[in-house]
Ligand binder design. Structure first.
Ligand code: AGP
Length: 601
């Protein structure tokens, strides 16, 4: 997610812009830039790389300008580069914009502008905004911005500078965040509270489709029809560090609660009546003898999910292998192999090594990553991106659920490319669109999960059991629990319990059981009841229509396509791990012995 700052007032703009971008660095970025208004001219300085690279360039200049905009870019369209950095200016250098979000219809806007003679210097979706403003501007900036907002589809938080009004900053917002603040002689805004909190604790959170006009000491807000609206002031009761966690105590909790938004961003532009993935248009699975899914840790579990869907919908051999094993196993890889690699960081050593091995054997390779232009994304033939934004907590949450939704869409696309009919595809796609809202509702069940987590307070072991697709979910649930609470958590196929593991069940043993797949639910529930008979404390997560009279602790997920139930179950198990770790006073964000990206083998 990008970071925006903007300032107009009696003081120098630059110090505000830079301190704000520094406070937003935790959001992750790959380039930075600013525009200042210098009398009737815009001065733009921007560069790929860290904020220090920008500050280095600025240090040689005396910049006393009193209005400006700043940006740190987390690339979604167009690799990190100087030209793709923000701000973007029009050809006559009279307008400058910074943007956070994704403009879904930027290609059609770009084609229309090109027909009007406009040329583009970047690969970004954002650049179309400044040229569209230029095209419509006849002297009334407010009306122009209002018109442009009506054309933009997707998400945006944007600031506009216009040399004709050197003290004024125009702001527009739809689905991406923007907060505003002011004092008696200045007005300012930013993507997030931390950038403003040193200047004011009374802020305005711009609402979707609203526009704001900032002048020294004043803020005016207008609705979609251009009517003035009274701003709602919010008082921020917490300090900077808490602000960077959006008011949560930990990054993990913040990132769990970002899931509805980042899942929506990941699916943005990917789902209309069918799946839209031009990157995969050339892939027909009948041209391959085998599909491999290769990853590590949580990403491996996401790959297992994709393997399950692929096997349900197609009759192509599909095998999911941990990257650390794939490299040394005798897997047949050649130019008729399709190898899909999944990695949040795109820098995991084992996954990268497996990719390089497949490339040497002329396989076709696809990389699913959360970091644009990461090593994995650069090396693979086809990069595909989640839009989870930077994930600071070591335990993966939002990166995982965005991998699940992206891989679900990819497997539909690959199946349809290859002539397979995906059973009840319309329901599946309809429910996939609902996932952001369903995840939001699932997060609201946190109080009951917090209660259930107390069962583990004095326990050192926990067992997760499930069948079929639920087995993938128990693997991830067990990993989440063990990595942040240090509880020894194991995942078993429910049907395997009686072949040995049930010997572990004793009085008070905690068993987390999943039964969301109707065709195997009854068998799973009878397995669970076997553990109860041996003294287990069971927490059962089921889907609507699945129930057991003998199990006291039951949670039902929201109604959803059975092949998407794992996303909602995962959110519950993230919460379970989180509250257990809190019960045990563990460091949730930085668990012992773990690194966020395992760049060693
Ligand atoms: C997930 O909670 C863990 N931090 C870990 O298993 C992680 O998923 C694994 O190291 C793979 O990382 P990657 O997705 O960046 O490749």
């Amino acid at each position: 997610m990008c970071g925006i700052t903007a300032y107009t007032g009696k003081g120098r703009a630059l110090p505000f812009l830079i301190q704000g971008l520094e406070k937003l660095e935790y959001r992750g970025y790959d380039s930075a830039g600013i525009t200042l208004v210098d009398n009737k001219e815009l001065v733009t300085i921007k560069t790929k790389g860290a904020l220090n690279a920008l500050k280095e360039q600025l240090s040689t200049l005396r910049l006393d300008q009193k209005a400006g905009i700043g940006h740190t870019r987390w690339a979604t369209h167009g690799i990190p580069s100087n030209l793709n950095s923000h701000p973007h200016t029009n050809a006559s250098n009279t307008l400058s914009i910074v943007h956070n979000g994704i403009i879904e219809n930027y290609q059609s806007i770009k084609e229309g502008l090109a027909m009007q003679g406009y040329t583009f210097v970047s690969q970004t979706d954002s650049e179309v905004i400044v040229h569209l403003l230029d095209y419509y501007y006849q002297g009334d900036m407010k009306a122009t911005l209002q018109k442009v907002m009506s054309y933009l589809e997707g998400s945006y938080a944007l600031c506009v500078l216009n040399v004709d009004e050197p003290e004024t900053i125009y702001v527009a917002k739809k689905e991406s965040p923007m907060v505003l603040g002011m004092d008696e002689s200045s007005a300012f805004c930013a993507s997030d509270i931390p950038a403003l909190i040193s200047y004011t604790k009374d802020m305005i959170s711009l609402e979707d489709h609203q526009m704001a006009v900032l002048r020294p000491g004043t803020i005016e807000i207008f609705d979609q029809q251009g009517q003035k609206v009274e701003p709602k002031i919010i008082h921020i009761p917490y300090d900077l560090e808490a602000a960077q966690k959006n008011g949560y105590d930990t990054f993990m909790e913040k990132e769990m609660h970002e899931q509805p938004y980042v899942i929506k961003e990941t699916l943005r532009g990917r789902i209309e009546n069918s799946i839209v993935m031009p990157e995969l248009d050339s892939i027909d699975l009948h041209e391959y003898d085998h599909v491999y899914l290769i990853a590590c840790g949580t990403a491996y579990h996401a790959s297992l999910y994709a393997q399950y869907l692929g096997r349900e919908w197609m009759d192509i051999p599909i095998t999911c292998v941990p990257a650390s094993e794939f490299r040394y196993g005798n897997y047949i890889v050649n130019d008729r192999s399709l190898c899909i690699f999944v990695s949040q960081s795109g820098e995991t050593a084992d996954t990268l090594a497996a990719l390089k091995m497949c490339l040497e054997k002329n396989a076709m390779t696809i990389a699913v990553s959360n970091v644009l232009d990461s090593s994995l994304a650069r090396l693979a033939h086809i990069p595909m991106y989640t839009c989870a934004g930077p994930e600071i907590a070591v335990a993966s949450t939002k990166a995982y659920t965005t991998q699940l939704v992206l891989l679900a869409a990819m497997m539909v696309k690959l199946a349809q490319n290859s002539g397979y009919e995906v059973k009840d595809i319309d329901q599946f796609i309809y429910d996939l669109k609902q996932i952001p809202n369903l995840v939001k509702k699932t997060l609201e069940k946190k109080e009951i999960i917090e209660q259930y987590a107390k069962l583990l307070k004095d326990q050192r072991d926990a067992y997760f059991i499930g069948r079929q697709l639920d087995y993938v979910n128990v693997l991830e649930g067990a990993l989440k629990l063990k990595e942040i609470s240090y509880v020894h958590a194991d995942a078993y196929y429910a049907g395997e319990l009686k072949h040995g593991p049930i010997a572990l069940i004793d009085q008070g043993t905690v068993v987390i059981a999943l039964a969301t797949q109707k065709e195997v639910a009854a068998k799973t529930i009878s397995n669970i009841e076997e553990t109860i008979a041996r003294g287990a404390n069971v927490i059962l997560i089921t889907a609507p229509g699945i129930h057991s009279e003998k199990i006291e602790r039951q949670i039902k997920i929201e109604a959803v396509h059975p092949y998407l139930s794992g996303i909602l179950v995962t959110v519950l198990l993230q919460l379970f791990a989180f509250y257990t770790a809190k019960e045990k006073d563990c460091n949730v964000d930085q668990p012992r012995n773990l690194a966020k990206s395992v760049t060693v083998e």
